[in-house]
Structure formats: C-alpha cells, structure tokens
Design a protein. Structure first.
Length: 348
C-alpha cells in the first residue's frame, strides 16, 4: 500500500509542476505574442490617425457611409488599444490569485469586441433607416477621395494584422474589426461613384446596411468562440467522447478513464483532467507518462492532470448499509466509460 501511495503522490501534478509548465508556455509563446503585439500597435496607430480624417470628411460631405465607417474605426481604435493592453497583461507572471496567469484577458477583450460589433451594426442600420426616410445631400467628390484614402489605409492595416497568429482570439477580434473597416471603405467608395455618376443618394445608406449585416455575421462567430472559452467549453477541435476509448486502447495497463474534463485557457493553451483506473500490476509512473504523451500527440492537449486509481474511485463513498455510491457533480461523467472496476475492493 505504501508503494502505491508513493506512486500516486509522485504523479499527481503539484504546484511546482504547474509552475514549470507556466515558464515553458511563456518561453514558447513569448515570441508569437511579441510579434502580435507589435502588429496590433501599428494597426492601432494607423486606424486612429485615419479615423480623425474620416470624421472630418464625413461631416463635410454629409455621407453616412463615411460617418458609419468612422464610427466603426473609433471602436476599432479602442479595440486595438485594448488588444495591446491584453498582450501586455499576458506577459505578467501568474500569482496566488490568478494561478493560470492573465492569458484569459485577451479572450475577454475579444468577447467585448464582438459585442461592440453588434452595437455598431445596430446603430448603422438605425441611422440608415432615417436616411432612407429623409434623404440628405451628399458631396460625391470629397466622399470619393476620403473613401479611396480610407481603403488604402484599411488594406495596409489588414495586411499588418493578417500576418499574425490566426488562432489567437485577440488577433481574430482585431482582424474582424479591420475587415469591417475595409468593407466600409469599399461601400463608401462604391456609393460615392454611384452618387457622382447618377446622383442617386439612397445608395449610401443601402450599402451601409449591407456592411452592417456582414459585420453581424463576423461578430456572431467571434462572440461564439470567445464565449466557448469563457464558459470552460471543451476545445472545438476535440472529440471528447473519443478520448477515453483511445487511451484505453493505446496505453498498456490502463483499465478505464473517467471524470474526463477538457477546456482551454486560450485556444492555444488546452488543458485536461482525468481519473485513470489502472490494472493491479501496472506501473503508475509509466502509465501516467504514456497518458500525457497520448494527450499531447493525439489530441493536442499540452497539460493533462492525471489522478491514478486502483479499484475504487476516490470520489466514491459508502452509505450506512455498506453500499458504495458515487459522490459527484451531475455533470462529472463527461467521457465516463464504466467497467466493473467499482466492484473491486480497494487495495490494502
């Protein structure tokens, strides 16, 4: 019994293990985060500078498309600024209050950016409705010049951000905002050409609504993905139901896997915990290492906490009649593949 207890204690990840993991994560992700931060800082400067020009141009020409795009660029500037702050915060080391560090802040920023896109789209549609009811005079020439300049700036910002990490939700949120700006500039440019050639001003609010609808689709995807992370959902590319059968097939000495939970700190940092019930003569050290290796190689999960069991699950209790019951949260059976191991007595 003492030998088994020693093996179990050796393989239950301790705070020190998590500390080393955190250093490893920072070393691996530091260069990528630094590059992403530089890209986002450049994008924020370009966006903020042209936003001012677009506000002036929109007021001068009377174009809703330009003003709508300027309003969107204002939120983009704020979003990009928050994104830069988020990258800076993720470099802070973890502490006793935040044992996973500050990586989730960038996911929170992405979620807020997605909600902001919903608000922007709703405001554009509302203003476009009023413009259709009460058409306003629009100066096609100034509108065309500013829309063309805006398109060039937004293309430059898009390519600056497009070279960053596409799996990073913070970068995705920023890129979606800039894509909205890019579409807004194209819509304003098209509207200006139509107004100059035909004098038909309703094209301005109509194209603004089209941009708003495209923004809504992007915003929904961003909020959905960020919400999945914030709700501790399983990684989107992980088939949870396949993990336990795979491990029991591939790992010698592993009888059963249950109490499997998987989640992401960020899409780049995937985590899992599980209970591993071993055969009586299995080597806990070897099985634990094999489980962790399979989780990394087969499922892309870099950090797995393994609880070793022989016979009875540690979460089981006995009632007054000597019958064993499973003490668990109603949702704790994710990935649970019961065998008859609960009928065996715990080793002594």
């Amino acid at each position: 019994m003492s030998d088994r207890r020693t093996m179990h204690d050796d393989h239950h990840p301790s705070g020190d293990h998590g500390h080393h993991h955190g250093h490893s994560h920072n070393a691996i992700g530091g260069h990528a985060h630094g590059a992403n931060e530089r890209r986002m800082t450049i994008a924020a400067i370009l966006t903020g500078a042209f936003m001012l020009a677009e506000v002036v141009g929109g007021l001068w020409s009377g174009s809703l498309a330009l003003l709508a795009d300027a309003g969107h660029m204002l939120t983009d500037f704020a979003a990009l600024g928050l994104g830069v702050i988020a990258f800076r915060l993720t470099r802070k080391p973890r502490d006793d209050r935040r044992t996973y560090g500050y990586d989730r802040f960038e996911v929170l920023v992405a979620f807020v950016n997605g909600l902001a896109l919903f608000a922007i789209a709703a405001l554009i549609v509302y203003e476009a409705w009023h413009r259709l009811e009460q058409p306003a005079a629009i100066l096609g020439g100034p509108m065309l010049a500013i829309a063309a300049a805006g398109l060039l700036v937004n293309v430059a910002v898009f390519f600056v951000l497009h070279g960053g990490d596409r799996e990073n939700l913070n970068m995705r949120g920023a890129l979606l905002h800039v894509m909205g700006d890019l579409l807004g500039s194209v819509a304003a440019l098209a509207a200006a050409l139509v107004i100059l050639l035909t004098g038909w001003t309703p094209i301005d609010p109509i194209l603004s609504v089209l941009v708003a609808l495209l923004l809504l689709a992007s915003a929904y995807r961003l909020v959905r993905d960020a919400g999945q992370v914030l709700l501790e959902g399983a990684p989107t590319d992980l088939a949870v139901e396949a993990v336990a059968p795979h491990l029991t097939r591939q790992v010698a000495g592993l009888r059963e896997v249950h109490h499997l939970h998987a989640w992401t700190i960020t899409p780049e940092r995937k985590m899992a915990t599980l209970h591993a019930c071993l055969e009586e003569d299995s080597d806990a050290m070897a099985v634990t290492r094999a489980i962790k290796a399979e989780m990394r190689e087969a499922f892309g999960i870099g950090h797995t906490t393994v609880e070793i069991e022989y016979g009875i699950c540690a979460d089981e209790v006995e009632d007054g009649c000597g019958h064993r019951e499973h003490a668990h949260h109603p949702h704790d059976h994710a990935g649970h593949t019961h065998s008859d191991h609960h009928a065996h007595a715990a080793p002594v």
